[in-house]
Write a protein that binds this ligand. Structure first.
Ligand code: ADP
Ligand code: MG
Ligand code: MG
Length: 519
């Protein structure tokens, strides 16, 4: 599909229409849980107010062909990353202390604990769960060339904004139903708003793991960050687990777990001690009145070094890893999501080693490969990886082994950064060609209180959108072989940022929640 199929965006509105849509949007968001805790949050102990999540007034146009392509790839990507997580030899080589773990302390600390656990014969749970998000942007290589889909990254830990993206899709449907967007664009018809059921989709994965654990009176543990402002994105998953699957959730930070978590010596069950008065179920209060067994550990913390302010925090991670609970993700699955792995996959023969051709159509591998931008490691061939990065700096982004946004180095900042990067640390960085997003797309972005921009209300600006496809996989050793037991695609997310901003983290305040109008 050629560029000309993307309409000029956003459609023209009068000032009164912008004002009216903004009021409808923010009140809808506030009343439907498309919300955050405010910056000066009063929790703990209990919050008393929310702010609406940053949002766009219009959905963003995405070619139907590319949207379908992204969704169709998810199943392959689910399998691919599950297989990587099950390949100890590969992960040891790439992320271990002879690889990235040697120069990147965070990766090294995680890997060392996983290694120690294996050396002690301490991996007692053969199943793992991944809740994934594969992120893409529309790439237009040159003006008037066809648009195609390129992957930004693949997330294997704390993939967020599933629930809020479902709410954001509903917001745009509501604005359309309520106002018809004042007839501003012929593209905005109800059949062009694709359904988005991330909440039930992601929860299905968690529930599948819980059922596979198959022990009554167990709960799912959400490991969360203290002072998390994006709590509602997590709470929606809890409500769905309880309402649809009758599964209870316990939320704890690493610090809380240091006091509350212990492993039963014989069974290796992870048990969390809570105030006994907090147990409502008679069955759980009879045998062991003060603690409850955990079936599945869902990490919404632990993806960034600041979650581990002391080595003791890594040891809590180790304790959790050593339990019989199913981890989402395990340490190896977290390591599999490293930017370095994404880069190594592009090397000849690596993809085939994880998705052998006898199982898949050769076309599948081509389809995956076509979503990749050129990548290389800064330590490639002596100085040549760095030299190439200097030569092509303006077309590049450099990425370390980090998640959560705000860690990359872009374009003109690259040469000076390379001047100061110690040679030993090159291995922890990858260079990636920048995706060239379509021109001429804009939107109205609305941030509570201006989101620190000083701009109240809707701000019209040229934008870049990032499409994330959610998926999950339950995998590991079953019936004597390593395999993907079950996997599914689980909805999508669109985040949109002002074109001037290099980064796209919603939580970091750079981008807003959006949705799709298919064109
Ligand atoms: P993180 O794990 O921190 O989210 P990402 O790889 O997603 O790291 O990079 C953060 C942001 O940087 C992305 O959301 C996107 O806005 C931008 N970005 C990353 N890679 C590219 C690329 N190849 N081309 C254009 N923008 C990119
Ligand atoms: Mg990421
Ligand atoms: Mg990202």
């Amino acid at each position: 599909m050629a560029k000309e199929s993307l309409p000029e965006w956003p459609p023209q509105l009068t000032e009164a229409q912008v004002h009216s849509l903004t009021l409808l949007a923010t009140t809808y968001a506030l009343s439907h849980g498309l919300v955050y805790l405010p910056v000066a949050s009063v929790q703990p102990p209990t919050p008393t107010s929310t702010i609406h999540a940053p949002l766009s007034l219009f959905p963003s146009p995405v070619p139907r062909r590319l949207f379908n392509q992204a969704r169709n790839l998810q199943s392959l990507y689910n399998k691919l990353y599950a297989r990587i997580a099950m390949d100890e030899v590969f992960l040891d080589r790439v992320m271990g202390v002879n690889g990235v773990g040697k120069v990147d302390e965070f990766t090294g600390e995680l890997w060392k604990r996983w290694k120690r656990l294996r050396d002690e014969g301490g991996v007692v749970q053969s199943l793992q769960l991944g809740l994934f998000r594969s992120d893409y942007m529309v790439h237009v290589p040159r003006k008037d060339e066809p648009a195609n889909l390129k992957q930004v990254e693949f997330n294997t830990i704390s993939s967020s904004f599933g629930p809020l993206s479902e709410r954001s899709s509903q917001l745009h449907r509501y604005l359309h139903a309520s106002t018809g967007y004042y007839g501003a664009s012929a593209h905005l018809t109800a059949d062009k708003f694709p359904p988005n059921t991330t909440i039930s989709g992601l929860v299905e994965g968690l529930a599948e793991a819980h059922r596979a654990y198959n022990i009554p009176d167990t709960r799912i543990l959400f490991v969360v960050q203290p002072g998390e402002r994006n709590v509602f994105d997590q709470r929606w998953l809890e409500y769905e687990l309880l309402e649809r699957h009758s599964i209870h959730v316990i939320r704890q930070t690493f610090d809380e777990l240091s006091a509350s978590a212990h492993i039963e010596a014989t069974t290796k069950a992870l048990r969390i001690t809570l105030d006994p008065s907090l147990f409502s179920s008679p069955s759980s209060s009879t045998s062991n009145s003060a603690s409850i067994e955990i079936s599945t550990i869902y990490f919404r913390a632990g993806y960034t070094p600041t979650d581990y302010p002391t080595l003791a925090h890594y040891d809590i991670r180790y304790l959790l890893e050593s339990s019989r609970a199913i981890k989402c993700p395990s340490i190896p699955l977290q390591l599999a999501g490293g930017k370095k792995v994404q880069e190594i996959l592009t090397k000849s023969g690596v993809l085939e080693s994880f998705l052998p051709e006898d199982e898949h159509k050769p076309h599948d591998l081509t389809a995956i490969r076509e979503t990749w931008m050129e990548m290389w490691s800064l330590d490639e061939n002596g100085d040549s990886g760095v030299q190439k990065a200097r030569d092509k700096a303006l077309e590049l982004v450099l990425k370390p082994q980090r998640e959560g946004g705000g860690n990359n180095v872009y374009k003109e900042s690259i040469p000076a950064f390379l001047d100061t990067l110690p040679e030993a640390e090159r291995e922890a960085w990858i260079a990636m060609k920048l995706i060239k997003t379509p021109e001429g797309l804009g939107n109205y972005l609305v941030r509570a209180g201006g989101g620190g921009t000083g701009l109240e209300g809707a701000v019209k600006t040229e934008v870049v959108s990032e499409l994330g496809i959610f998926g999950w996989a339950l995998f590991g050793e079953k019936d004597g072989e390593r395999k993907v037991v079950k996997e599914k695609e689980a909805g999508w997310l669109v985040r949109t940022k002002g074109k001037e901003s290099n980064e796209g983290g919603v939580a970091a305040g750079f981008s807003v929640l959006d949705s799709i109008v298919l064109v």
